[in-house]
Write a protein that binds this ligand. Structure first.
Ligand SMILES: NC(=O)c1ccc[n+]([C@@H]2O[C@H](COP(=O)([O-])OP(=O)(O)OC[C@H]3O[C@@H](n4cnc5c(N)ncnc54)[C@H](OP(=O)(O)O)[C@@H]3O)[C@@H](O)[C@H]2O)c1
Length: 317
């Protein structure tokens, strides 16, 4: 087993959009992010105790990892945690594609270990999971998680690691008010019962659940997220309006209520942070306690919106 238990802040920070920044962007988010702006995000996050940074080798094909490492420059390695991923579809054809992809991530991030290493999706659980074992033994990987895996696939990965004295310590799936497949499939419950940390990604549905975007102010034209969500925005209005109203008493906008909901469900949200001001939202969300009736009401409004936000890369749970 790894010597130290996995400990995580109330909210983790996502940097998929950071791979989009600058002229080499791949058009997922269409955000205009600058290096000084992202440095500000890092400073504000770090000083507020949000120190776990999630990225992946494939976000902007390495760009997210590179930009993140640059923004974290000057901090001691012990002051932040790095979470990155092996993506089966991008595997090379060497004897050890997992080790090789990790080496490239380590090089881009200028470090000798990652705190949390994920198998990005379940394409080949039996093939890829065993290759994590030497990385755990060497200490290059401190903890292992699986992403986009269903119940059986999580159990299989855990069994493979278990034979070597390790285990799946974290699960990372799409989980938002609008997309609760992991709860319905019993994965949240499994994680609670087995002391596995559940990280929810796309809690804000890439901006569509923040209340900042709506029919009159759609997501950035030409981006992938605009294509996915802009058509749904009118149907999300009742939900985002109610989140805004619930937040009002607590001095918090709708986005903070969405994040607080994910915390209330016992998960660790990974929020894609693009502006320093969004860190204030995480501080507020960390302090919001939603009443049971508020949670029920928001989930009912989410169901009434009747939209399917499953990502094109996400298998059925
Ligand atoms: N394992 C996987 O397969 C997988 C898949 C998807 C994501 N992820 C991880 O999860 C992270 C989060 O997902 P995501 O970035 O796709 O989407 P997200 O967290 O649902 O939404 C992020 C977007 O919401 C807006 N936003 C963030 N905080 C806000 C706030 N406080 N107030 C208002 N707007 C706010 C920003 O848009 P603007 O810049 O337009 O303001 C930002 O780009 C990713 O970065 C990645 O690390 C993992």
């Amino acid at each position: 087993m790894t010597d130290k238990a996995l400990t995580v802040p109330a909210v983790a920070l996502g940097t998929w959009a950071w791979g989009d920044s600058g002229e080499a962007g791949d058009g997922i988010f269409g955000s205009r992010l600058s290096e000084p702006g992202l440095r500000e995000v890092v400073e504000k996050a770090q000083s507020n105790g949000f120190t776990l940074w999630d990225t992946a080798a494939v976000y902007g094909m390495g760009r997210s990892e590179t930009v993140l490492a640059k923004a974290l420059k000057g901090y001691d390695r012990g002051e932040y945690q790095l979470s990155t991923k092996f993506t089966p579809q991008a595997a090379g054809d060497s004897d050890d594609p997992v080790g090789d992809m990790l080496e490239q991530s380590l090089e881009r991030m200028g470090t000798d270990h990652v705190d949390l290493y994920w198998i990005h999706n379940p394409r080949g659980v039996a093939r890829w999971t065993p290759l994590l074992i030497p990385l755990l033994r060497s200490g290059k990987v401190k903890h292992v998680g699986v992403s986009n895996h269903d119940m059986q696939q999580i159990a299989l990965a855990d069994q493979i690691l278990g034979e070597a004295g390790f285990r799946v310590e974290a699960v990372q799936n799409h989980f938002s008010l609008l997309y609760r497949a992991s709860e319905r499939a019993g994965i949240l419950e499994y994680c609670r019962e087995h002391d596995v940390r559940f990280f929810s990604y796309m809690v804000l549905e890439q901006g569509a659940l923040t209340g900042r975007y709506g029919p009159a102010n759609p997501l950035p034209e030409g981006s992938n997220r605009a294509e996915v969500y802009n058509g749904m925005l009118p149907r999300l209005q009742a939900l985002t309006d109610r989140m805004g109203a619930i937040g009002e008493d607590r001095g918090a906008p709708a986005a903070d209520v969405a994040t607080a909901w994910a915390i209330a469900k016992g998960t660790t949200p990974i929020i894609g942070v693009t502006k320093a001001a969004y860190i204030d939202g995480l501080v507020r969300a960390r302090g919001i306690e939603l009443a049971e009736e508020e949670i029920t009401e928001l989930e009912a409004l989410a169901d009434a919106a009747n939209v399917d936000t499953r990502g094109w890369w996400e298998p059925d749970m």
